[in-house]
Design a binder for this molecule. Structure first.
Ligand SMILES: Cc1cc2nc3c(=O)[nH]c(=O)nc-3n(C[C@H](O)[C@H](O)[C@H](O)COP(=O)(O)OP(=O)(O)OC[C@H]3O[C@@H](n4cnc5c(N)ncnc54)[C@H](O)[C@@H]3O)c2cc1C
Length: 290
């Protein structure tokens, strides 16, 4: 294997990072944990001549809390997410998403910002973040802007981020009373596996026997992870009923546009969605505090 040749910078401020990205243009790439980028460089699908490390930017490692609103620095690792939300029963779904990413080494290095910016259709954090209505903050030469995650994700590997913009923070409201989250990933193996399909659910405002407001997002079933809006509308405020949950699974499967590839056919992926949506909604309902 030939060695990869590139210049490496470690900016000490966000402004310096943005300026370096602007100066080197498309030949530059930010690197956070490197668990996606380094593999892409080895495969030669990406060959940046300037790699700009974010590791010295402590602002990107902070967690802010204002009531139920939590704002996460982009450089937090999957392991740090698992640890932080361990004290929040309503956030079990996000822990479940983080916990299935690669193995321990990947979870100790890979970051939330990298998972979002890499924009894989199968990225495991994205469905749960979509159910939470997450927003992302971008910092660029013109200042900072907040965007809905659903508007940020444009296609496989494509986002609304300009080349000289940094993803700095991610924020969302945690489900309050009568709320819970759940995540199920289907793969061919139990670990170190890209999702064949993933399903995330967030429930808010549920009463003793109704479904409340249900948010459902599906990964690996379309060019970008998406909210299964028709299934959500079907369940909204309805009584908890097995036949209705089954119907929601079918409706979500019909909204998906999965590909057939070496790992699974489109038909099999649709069947997975139909089976996993009711299971994930049920798991989420069972987690609601009495
Ligand atoms: C063995 C292995 C198993 C894996 N398994 C899974 C899995 O099961 N599920 C899953 O979802 N992923 C998996 N991954 C992929 C990867 O670990 C995650 O997507 C991880 O979150 C990427 O984060 P990172 O910090 O390593 O990103 P990097 O590789 O550093 O960056 C990824 C991309 O995002 C850009 N970027 C990173 N941070 C920022 C930022 N703050 N602002 C702007 N641009 C930024 C980089 O320029 C690059 O284009 C796996 C990877 C490996 C190597």
């Amino acid at each position: 294997m030939t060695a990869m040749a590139f210049d490496y910078s470690e900016p000490q401020s966000i402004a310096e990072g943005i300026a370096l990205a602007g100066r080197f243009g498309p030949a530059a790439s930010f690197i956070a944990g490197g668990t996606d980028l380094v593999i892409q460089m080895r495969r030669k699908s990406r060959q940046p001549s300037h790699v700009i490390s974010l590791q010295a930017l402590d602002e990107l490692k902070q967690i802010e809390r204002d009531g139920d609103i939590v704002t996460l620095g982009a450089l937090l690792t999957h392991k740090q997410l698992e640890d932080y939300f361990a004290a929040e029963p309503a956030m079990l779904g996000l822990i479940e998403s983080a916990r299935v990413i690669g193995g321990h080494q990947v979870r100790n290095a890979g970051t939330i910002g990298g998972n979002i910016c890499n924009a894989s259709p199968a990225a495991d954090l994205l469905p749960q973040l979509l159910t939470l209505g997450a927003e992302v903050e971008l910092a660029g030469p013109a200042g900072r802007r907040w965007l809905k995650l659903s508007d940020f994700l444009l296609g496989p590997g494509r986002t609304a981020r300009a080349q000289d913009e940094l993803l700095t923070r991610v924020r969302f409201a945690m489900p309050g009373k009568g709320g819970a989250t759940a995540f199920i990933k289907a793969g061919r193996r139990r670990a170190m596996e890209i999702s064949l399909i993933s399903v995330a659910v967030r429930i808010a405002g549920a009463g003793a026997s109704d479904c409340g407001q249900v948010a459902i997002a599906i990964g690996a079933a379309a060019p970008v992870a998406f909210r299964a809006s028709e299934a959500e509308a079907l369940l909204h405020g309805q009584p908890r009923d097995a036949a209705l949950l089954k119907r929601a699974g079918e409706v979500a499967a019909a909204q998906a546009t999965p590909l057939s590839d070496v790992r699974a056919s489109a038909d099999y992926r649709r069947r997975l969605i139909a089976a996993l949506v009711p299971r994930a909604v049920m798991a989420c309902l069972e987690r609601l505090a009495p």
